[in-house]
Design a protein. Structure first.
Length: 230
């Protein structure tokens, strides 16, 4: 891991905004490049992949989507695929009954209302079946390049460990993070935090005591941080 020389007196008295700058610096050195974890070739495939990723790993989604997208890589084709076929393909991702219906229904809506295009709007995206704010944020960020800060369980947990939010829910966490990080780095930063959480500040380890960011930002912390689940 990287070692950062920061004066202890400064660390002990560090304000949240300064801690955020330090965290951003550390993350940028570890992850200068942030590839999108979910494989896709267009915004429709991205939307479906993100929908499938709910309570499922990106690795598993990436194993399932090639077969699904071979059947249909756009809403016009997906509209013609039988619901049972979609269900059988995406079953390994979990929540298959709900997700397969959402894929079928949102594909119909995209064809009928948006000429087969994925809408470039938070409001329109969040009106689609199976698409919540987090999914819409990922599509707006990774698909269209608009500033967004999708908050998943990894980011929610780390934001609490790093003292950036009280973290009662992901809505509050998102708002708190947007206050301390500049808008121009949101799209890259949310991926950096996800990567770091998976590799170093894991859910079942660190607990605010072991990883480089936790130790750098809170060198005098002795007790494990108990995070609030969203």
């Amino acid at each position: 891991m990287l070692i950062y020389s920061v004066k202890l007196k400064y660390i002990f008295n560090m304000k949240k905004i300064d801690r955020a700058k330090l965290i951003s610096t550390i993350l940028s050195k570890i992850y200068p490049i942030t590839p999108i974890p979910l494989n896709h070739r267009n915004n429709y495939e991205l939307l479906i992949a993100v929908l499938l990723s709910a309570q499922c790993t990106d690795i598993r989604v990436n194993k399932v989507t090639p077969k699904l997208f071979k059947k249909a890589d756009n809403p016009f084709k997906m509209k013609k695929v039988r619901l049972e076929t979609i269900y059988n393909i995406i079953k390994p991702c979990g929540l298959a009954p709900k997700k397969s219906r959402a894929i079928k229904e949102l594909s119909n809506i995209l064809v009928e209302k948006y000429q087969g295009n994925v809408p470039e709007s938070f409001d329109d995206l969040e009106q689609l079946p199976g698409v919540g704010h987090k999914t819409a944020s990922v599509v707006m960020s990774q698909g269209f390049g608009h500033p967004a800060f999708p908050v998943d369980t990894h980011i929610h947990r780390l934001a609490q460990r790093w003292g950036l939010t009280n973290g009662k829910n992901v809505v509050q966490t998102e708002a708190d993070l947007k206050k301390v990080f500049p808008e121009e780095i949101w799209n890259k930063l949310h991926l950096q935090i996800i990567f770091y959480g998976r590799e170093y500040c894991k859910a079942r380890s660190c607990h605010g005591l072991e990883c480089e960011i936790c130790k750098t930002c809170f060198p005098n912390r002795k007790k494990a941080v108990i995070t609030k689940k969203p």
